[in-house]
Write a protein that binds this ligand. Structure first.
Ligand code: FAD
Ligand code: UDP
Length: 367
């Protein structure tokens, strides 16, 4: 029987980055993945010659030069810049909130006019915003909140904006320039050849077992290695002893369309409350595809239940307090490192997951 230095539970970016650095330090790694493929949520499937982002649109962006250098050593990145469009009852608005959005919303043309309207509309909020609704109104005013934020957010999170933490909406830039770039980061792009190019390199040299749930045979897998790197949900690791953390899940409905260009952009958000999906992704536009057909995916938010994929942690106060109790148990573990979106219960983007895995690997391996 092989002995491993590390048993990695999950094969997403966190486990991949850790495994890659561990192998460079001469360590042996076993990867245990419950899905039938490696890559976690960045995995792509090929259809009609198009890389289909199987678990939702993934655009890489970062301001961390070390992270950017690292990913560029694994794949070449194209010049894709995310510029999604919002569809509110058939009217199209540019995102993120910028002069193009303000001009369409109010028929104005200058930053001064936009500021005057937003300043007037945000007067209804006094003091520090305490929830997402107040935060949104104080950033962009009530008109934009009602047309472009409220419906989308309530569908996405399954609760009212008043009951959501303010930080979620601060992910989006607000700009008084005509700039539709969804991110403020220095670096951005999509790996040429899709994300699987990166995944293959990260896990090269590891022993990999797919279709295998670590928790169903935990003692056995623990016995195979000196340490476990665990990237599944932290509450399931502890058999939900303090109760269940909440997640949001998604249902993806993918369709091949017999046209070369369905919506003219990779991402269209449906921001009204009535349309049951939040966005439609047209995958070919991530790589400027010229294929004859196109593949689109409708993304429906759903509440998480056993057996579903837990895509988003719900970092409100109740869940955050519960997470802290699990984190206190995790801290006492000598042979388990918890990492990633599920292991750390954090709304991490890819670059932050890489940063976190690099820091853990450096501390662990002394590199
Ligand atoms: P994951 O990719 O979730 O990997 C965890 C793996 O562990 C999974 O493969 C799972 O099957 C496996 N696993 C869990 N439990 C067990 C078990 N018991 N036994 C065996 N295996 C197990 N980030 C960006 O930077 N840009 C974006 O545009 C972007 N878009 C996103 C869109 C969506 C819809 C979602 C959900 C996320 C998006 N993200 C984006 C975030 C990005 O997906 C994550 O930051 C990153 O993939 C997390 O990597 P991870 O390794 O922590 O987790
Ligand atoms: N959001 C919104 N309208 C939009 C896009 C986003 O109100 O058209 C809000 C919504 O609350 C969402 C949050 O901004 O959850 C963060 O959006 P982001 O695109 O970063 O979400 P993700 O890609 O992680 O699902």
């Amino acid at each position: 029987m092989s002995r491993y230095d590390y048993v990695l539970v999950g094969s997403g970016l966190y486990a991949g980055v850790f495994a890659y650095l561990a192998k460079q330090a001469g360590k042996k790694c076993l990867v245990v993945e419950k899905r039938n493929h490696i890559g976690g949520n960045i995995y792509c499937r090929e259809e009609e010659g198009i890389h289909v982002h199987e678990y939702g649109a993934h655009i890489f962006h970062t301001s961390n030069r070390e992270v950017w250098k690292f990913v560029c050593s694994l794949a070449e990145f194209n010049r894709y810049t995310n510029s999604p469009v919002a569809n509110y009852k058939g009217q199209m608005y540019n995102l993120p909130f910028n002069m193009n959005t303000f001009s369409k919303m109010w028929g104005i043309s200058t930053p001064e006019e936009a500021k005057a309207i937003i300043n007037r509309q945000k007067e209804e909020i006094s003091g520090e915003p305490e929830n997402l609704e107040q935060q949104a109104i104080s950033l962009v005013g009530r008109d934009i909140y009602e047309k472009l934020i409220q419906g989308y957010t309530e569908k996405q999170w399954g609760r009212e904006c008043k009951d959501l933490p303010a930080f979620i909406i601060k992910r989006l830039p607000v700009r008084y320039t005509y700039d539709n770039n969804y991110f403020n980061d220095l670096y951005q792009g999509i790996p040429v050849g899709g994300y699987n190019v990166i995944i293959e390199k990260l896990f090269q040299g590891c022993h990999i077992k797919t279709n295998t749930d670590y928790l169903e045979n935990k003692a056995y897998y623990d016995s195979l290695g000196d340490k476990v790197i665990y990237t599944g949900t932290i509450d399931s690791f502890y058999q939900y002893c303090y109760g269940k953390l909440e997640y949001r899940s998604l249902k993806f409905e993918t369709e091949v369309k017999n046209t070369d260009n369905y919506q003219g952009v990779a991402v269209v958000n449906y921001t009204d409350r009535e349309t049951p999906y939040t966005r439609i992704i047209e995958h070919k536009h991530f790589e400027f595809g010229a294929q004859e057909k196109t593949v689109i995916t409708r993304e429906y938010p759903v509440s998480w239940q056993d057996g579903m994929e837990p895509y988003y942690p719900v970092n409100d106060e109740r869940n955050q307090n519960l997470y802290c109790k699990y984190a206190a148990l995790a801290e006492k573990e000598e042979n388990v490192i918890f990492g990633g979106r599920l292991g750390e219960y954090k709304y991490y983007d890819m670059d932050k997951v890489i940063e976190s895995a690099m820091a853990a690997a450096k501390a662990e391996l002394g590199i």
